[in-house]
Design a protein around this ligand. Structure first.
Ligand SMILES: CC(C)(COP(=O)(O)OP(=O)(O)OC[C@H]1O[C@@H](n2cnc3c(N)ncnc32)[C@H](O)[C@@H]1OP(=O)(O)O)[C@@H](O)C(=O)NCCC(=O)NCCS
Length: 411
């Protein structure tokens, strides 16, 4: 029957199901990847040989300082575990326990930083990886400390008798938590019933493909390294052109990273450990405000921030704006830590990028609504990130490569 109705693509129709469009994106991505994959294979052959990598490591572990750093991190896990055991048994006071924790957590952040800064054989990628692992461990052990204290405060007697009998189980459970895709400690994680082999295999293939073989990423990376230049020698239109040229490949890499990390890898690990809570991200792509984006894109970090930082601050009487600013300040610190230390270059671009989210959030919430708000969030992602990346690439180039004629010619 003929009636009054809107076309599906107009926003007045309130039609929301774009599943088919998503599939179209995947098909396009696979097709363009397949072409590039073949082209690369024909031109260069297979570049990474996993067996060779493993045998290299076994032969000379000192040439793999980042991997060694990660192995050493076990020491800090054991310190936390034994501190907790002593606390539960009542053989050290809460105050002493807290002091040991503060010391342990401080060393977790400082030790890898000193090693990365002092050891020239660590590459920026290796350094960033090791610092990433240590940062995750820091957040996990902080949560471990808080939750155990909360439990002790609630059921002192019960915990005491439990801790004596379960020391072996505690160790296994601690490692379960260390490997589980979450930053927030729980006494009982919800578990799925069984490991679905098909699901596991699909995630595994995705990770492998996106991490090692994705030629799209490789070509995007090569293209984005090219716009290295000296800012002082350029006018604004050239600068903008370079920025826009970097924006699209950078954004593609970021999207691939998001999918690979927050969907494929985390689900892979979760399936393997039968870890039940798979809410690693929510629909950040529909964000109409910057605030919504930060609440939904990285759920493990967001949950940690809420539980261990934001709400404790609010409970102590700090205002909402102050607490929010404090969380973004801490987040900015960690972003800077993860970028500056591996690059051995302290420029504060990452820090400022994160801090800029607060005024940006205010601006978008105040002036933009609906699709315009959503477009503003996308724009801030597509343009905002490469500005910071460009600043680092530029400064890295100026300090490291400018005098090297082979590199500057190649670029
Ligand atoms: C800062 C941040 C934590 C704020 O989160 P938010 O969701 O906007 O905070 P809200 O003020 O809406 O409150 C969230 C919670 O606190 C509670 N809350 C609010 N005011 C409260 C008060 N005065 N006392 C107690 N609880 C309060 C709310 O009820 C809500 O609880 P719920 O989650 O159980 O519903 C969030 O923006 C964030 O995580 N930012 C950093 C993200 C980040 O850096 N990520 C890095 C990724 S690489």
């Amino acid at each position: 029957a003929v009636r009054l109705q809107e076309s599906m693509l107009s926003s007045a129709s309130s039609f929301k199901n774009y599943r088919g469009i998503l599939n179209w994106c995947v098909v396009m991505l696979v097709l363009s990847n397949a072409r590039l994959f073949l082209e690369n294979l024909l031109r260069y052959g297979i570049l990474v040989d996993p067996i060779q990598v493993v045998s290299l490591f076994l032969k000379d572990p000192y040439s793999w300082p980042a991997a060694c750093l990660v192995i050493v991190s076990n020491v800090f896990i054991f310190v936390a575990l034994y501190t907790e055991r002593k606390l539960a048994m009542g053989s050290i006071s809460e105050k002493v326990g807290l002091l040991i924790y503060i010391f342990n957590l401080t060393v977790i952040l400082c030790f890898p930083m000193v090693v990365v800064l002092k050891l020239p054989s660590i590459t920026p990628v290796g350094g960033a990886f090791a610092l990433g692992v240590y940062t995750i461990l820091f957040l996990k052990l902080y949560s471990y400390k808080d939750v155990n204290r909360w439990c002790r405060e609630r059921t002192q007697v019960k915990a005491r008798s439990l801790s004596r009998s379960l020391s072996y189980d505690r160790r296994t459970y601690m490692y379960y938590f260390v490997f589980a895709p979450t930053l927030c400690y729980e006494l009982n994680f919800p578990r799925s019933e069984s490991i679905r082999m098909g699901f596991l295999l699909r995630r595994f293939v995705q990770v492998l493909y996106l991490l090692f073989f994705s030629p799209l990423k490789r070509s995007a990376l090569f293209n984005s390294v090219k716009p290295v230049f000296i800012l002082q020698e350029m006018d604004y239109s050239r600068m903008t052109e370079r920025l826009l040229r970097l924006a699209v490949p950078n954004h593609l890499i970021w999207l691939i990273f998001f999918y690979c990390f927050f969907h494929s890898s985390m689900n892979f690990v979760a399936e393997l450990l039968r870890f039940g809570d798979r809410e690693f991200y929510r629909d950040w792509w529909n964000s109409e405000t910057i605030t919504y984006f930060w609440q939904n894109w990285n759920i493990p970090v967001h949950k940690w921030c809420l539980r261990h930082f934001y709400k404790p601050l609010l409970r102590r009487g700090a205002g909402k704006l102050l607490s929010q600013s404090a969380v973004f300040f801490a987040s900015a610190f960690f972003h800077e830590y993860l970028v500056s230390v591996p690059l051995r270059m302290f420029r504060l671009w990452a820090f400022m990028g994160m801090m800029a989210q607060l005024p940006l959030a205010w601006f978008v919430a105040r002036f933009l609504r609906g699709n315009y708000g959503n477009a503003a969030v996308w724009l801030s992602l597509i343009i905002g990130q490469p500005i910071a990346v460009l600043m680092y690439v530029h400064d890295y180039y100026v300090t490291h490569c400018q005098d090297d004629p082979t590199i500057s010619e190649a670029l």
